[in-house]
Design a protein around this ligand. Structure first.
Ligand code: SDX
Length: 427
């Protein structure tokens, strides 16, 4: 059962139309305080107005804690800096969904489930033959995940919750296969089936890059960096796509259709699509030969252009994930003897912005997407697959939030509004 926020015994006093009401102030386990407005409309007839939820907590959650001012990110209490050094992405997925790291026996069972569910239903594989060549892999992925509801009919909530390990493993494993198949389809290559003897990340790289004419050599450095990136993308509390997942889940939509909605939300260029947009931006700067011109555009109020990979709704300091990715990016490119000129462009862009008053004043720093694309390029992953990798990472987070929300028996999500349209008129 989800833990409740604690009352502080303090109240916010609100005076509306001469009437004074007291709204309880509640506190979370990390000291975050909130004004509980559950009684507001009943007592005052007013609703709160907070477009984009800049100041609104939509729920209580035990999954992930972020402190945007101090650059802290923890999954179930564990700092990401420790998770990336000590456990695998599969351990992290289990931690997010179950709230604790797996025992050796639980890990064995979960890994066996991942292997047993790594194959796609053969009839689903034929779907790939009918997507047009230029179809974006994120659109293919969202379609295929939704189609899982037709192939695995026992998607009602009880069945999904009844064996959450199976539901989780099937999604995390099948989606990895779908992602690799989508890539192979996009380059006209035959698909490569998963192997039972490879780890989660090694299997993905194998399915992506092995070919009948040129076997893929699985480098430990490549497996390690992919593990690290998937862990860093695994959850991020109430971001846009997770909010979409929780909203659909509140209507008791089945898990596959709910995750498909998360994929759609993540594909937006302001959200998960930013990693692909960063590379486009860096290439554009390289062609133009001017970082300063790009920064001027980003600062121009009349220009909708934003610096991709910069800024964040919550982090008002360096995104802790970006710090780790930047450090690992240098190490990985050196280990793989890759020299990517876009890294120099990124470093110059970061250096100038961090000293520019516009960015300092607005607390705009590199976010998770700023350096990740450079690592994906060094892995050989094409740009239209970058957000797919983000989605692979985010899957356990979405599942954890879906499970938490369903388990808390919350009401259907249905915000209010302030109507500003035409008043009553007659035909
Ligand atoms: C992700 O929510 C999450 O947790 C998401 C995520 C996750 O793990 O799920 O962390 C993943 O989505 C990371 C963000 C990836 N997107 C980008 O890198 C796209 C570029 N970033 C911006 O679009 C923007 O920073 C957002 C969307 C990330 C955040 O936007 P906000 O919180 O709505 O910020 P805002 O628009 O209110 O900006 C405040 C000010 C504005 O200037 P003023 O009107 O005050 O003068 O900062 C400016 C903005 O114009 N600004 C930028 C900017 N980001 C904000 N100016 C130039 N370049 C930018 N990138």
């Amino acid at each position: 059962m989800l833990k409740k926020v604690k009352p502080t015994g303090e109240f916010a006093t609100l005076t509306v139309g001469g009437q004074q009401i007291q709204l309880p102030i509640v506190i979370g386990s990390e000291g975050e305080r909130g004004i509980d407005v559950a009684e507001l409309r009943k007592k005052t007839g007013c609703v709160t107005l907070d477009p984009s939820f800049m100041n609104t907590a939509s729920c209580c959650s035990e999954v992930t804690f972020i402190d945007g001012e101090r650059g802290i990110l923890r999954y179930r209490g564990y700092p990401i800096e420790e998770l990336v050094r000590k456990v695998s992405f599969v351990d992290t997925a289990y931690l997010l969904v179950h709230g604790a790291l797996p025992s050796p026996g639980e890990k064995r069972k979960f890994s066996q489930l991942l292997t047993a569910n790594s194959l796609l239903h053969e009839d689903m594989r034929h779907f790939f033959d009918h997507f047009p060549r230029g179809a974006h892999p994120m659109h293919i992925l969202g379609t295929m995940i939704n189609a899982l509801s037709t192939f695995y009919p026992n998607v009602d909530l009880l069945s999904m919750l009844d064996d959450i390990d199976l539901s989780t493993a099937r999604l995390i494993s099948t989606v990895r296969t779908m992602a690799a198949f989508a890539y192979k389809k996009s380059i006209g290559d035959p698909v490569v089936y998963p192997r039972h003897d490879l780890s989660y990340c090694a299997n993905f790289l194998y399915m992506m890059f092995d070919s009948p004419i040129k076997p893929y050599v699985i480098r430990p450095e490549a497996v390690d960096i992919l593990n690290l990136l998937l862990i860093l993308h695994a959850d991020h509390e109430q971001n846009c796509s997770t909010t979409a997942v929780r909203t659909l889940g509140s209507a008791q939509v089945n898990l596959y259709a709910t995750i498909s909605a998360g994929i759609s939300a993540l594909s937006g260029p302001l959200h998960g699509g930013a990693n692909q947009a960063v590379i486009d931006m860096l290439k554009h700067i390289q062609r133009e030969g001017s970082v300063k011109k790009c920064i001027a555009k980003a600062k121009d109020k009349d220009d909708p252009f934003r610096l991709m990979g910069f800024g964040h709704r919550v982090y008002k300091t360096f995104d802790p994930r970006a710090k780790i990715i930047k450090e690992e990016c240098h190490k990985f490119l050196k280990a793989m003897h890759v020299d990517d000129s876009l890294l120099e462009v990124a470093m110059e862009l970061e250096d100038i912005t961090l000293r520019d008053e516009y960015f300092i004043e607005r607390k705009l720093y590199p976010n998770v997407d700023f350096y990740s694309g450079i690592i994906y390029r060094a892995l050989g992953i094409p740009e239209n697959m970058f957000t797919v990798i983000f989605a692979l990472g985010r899957l356990p987070g979405w599942i954890a939030h879906w499970k938490e929300m369903i388990g808390a028996h919350t009401k259907i999500t249905r915000p209010r509004q302030i109507y500003v349209g035409e008043t009553l008129k007659h035909l």
